[in-house]
Design a protein around this ligand. Structure first.
Ligand SMILES: *Cc1c(COP(=O)(O)O)cnc(C)c1O
Length: 305
């Protein structure tokens, strides 16, 4: 008889399907648009949002092996992986971009990772850039003594993760015409679009500057599903200067949105997406009668409460 080495992520009692909440907001209502929030931030208190959807299948595949993954100094993905490791008793390693960080006190995000038992391994930026090349990856795993580990890419968007995000679209079947999500790697958008029914579409708002994400989403769908799936598009106007950058207008919008609706607004991703939707609604981009679902993919860190 085969016995699994570790409890699976299902043991963590995720709240799935995640709740859907209708908001009353005149910036949308005025244009005949119904606004729903898809509260993926409520799936699990520590394994939050799309990180749950992407990590759960990877944690199952790791089956007790060490999970090695990659991220920057403020990565939501690293924190979620570290929390999962603690909750499931899985060893985790975070390969962090920036050798210089090794000699400094840990920032609050990395300190949380370490407190959750994640082993942090700092690499210089040029090695980090080459981390998906087989030789570089093998050297990193060798240096860690983790040749047999389950490796999850930066941001968590491998095939398992993209397929895991299909359920997000499936949970919204018959409930929304347009589903909006903030994009980092694009893995969540790639899976979401695949799970939506014909007639519904997914809209991604990249938080990184560069306009390269369309090719990434196509490549992710090709690898996960063997070809394009669903209807999706990107609007590149709402990155507000790039990753972790903000503007006074974005900050004011996010604070006001949080106050009005009592929803904590995560600033790196969710705020930019909601801001973009308000702009688009104002431009008349959604036909009257549209039901728009905005995916709340995360929560602020550290928790403001
Ligand atoms: C990681 C993250 C995203 C981006 O997800 P991708 O699948 O990488 O595009 C969006 N929102 C939040 C809150 C995140 O933490």
């Amino acid at each position: 008889m085969i016995r699994s080495a570790a409890p699976g992520p299902g043991a963590l009692a995720p709240r799935l399907p995640s709740p859907v909440q209708e908001l009353s907001d005149e910036r949308f209502a005025r244009h005949g648009v119904r606004l729903l929030l898809k509260r993926d931030d409520l799936i699990h208190p520590e394994l939050i949002g799309n990180k749950w959807r992407k990590l759960a299948p990877n944690l199952a595949a790791a089956d007790g092996r060490t999970v090695v993954t990659f991220g920057g100094a403020y990565s939501n993905h690293l924190r979620a992986t570290a929390a999962a490791g603690r909750l499931l008793g899985l060893p985790t390693v975070g390969v962090v971009r920036g050798q210089e960080l090794a000699d400094r006190p840990l920032n609050p995000s990395l300190a949380r990772c370490a407190a959750d038992g994640m082993r942090l391994h700092f690499v210089d930026r040029s090695t980090y850039r080459r981390k998906t090349e087989p030789d570089t990856l093998a050297a990193i795993l060798g240096a860690l003594g983790e040749e047999g580990a389950h490796v999850v890419p930066e941001g968590g968007s491998n095939d398992l993760a993209v397929r895991g995000c299909r359920a997000l679209g499936e949970e919204l079947r018959g409930r929304a015409d347009v589903v909006a999500v903030a994009c980092g790697t694009g893995g969540t958008l790639a899976g979401l679009a695949a799970g939506l029914p014909p007639g519904a579409r997914a809209l991604g708002t990249p938080v990184l500057k560069g306009g390269f994400l369309g090719d990434e989403v196509r490549a992710l769908q090709e690898r996960a599903f063997g070809g394009p799936r669903g209807t999706w598009s990107l609007d590149d106007r709402f990155h507000c200067g790039g990753y972790a950058r903000t503007t006074a207008a974005l900050e004011a919008f996010a604070a006001d949105f949080g106050d009005r609706h009592g929803v904590p607004v995560e600033r790196l991703y969710v705020a930019k997406m909601l801001f973009g939707l308000a702009v688009l609604a104002g431009e008349g981009a959604f036909p009257r009668g549209t039901t728009l679902a905005a995916v709340v993919t995360g929560r602020p860190f550290p928790d403001p409460a």
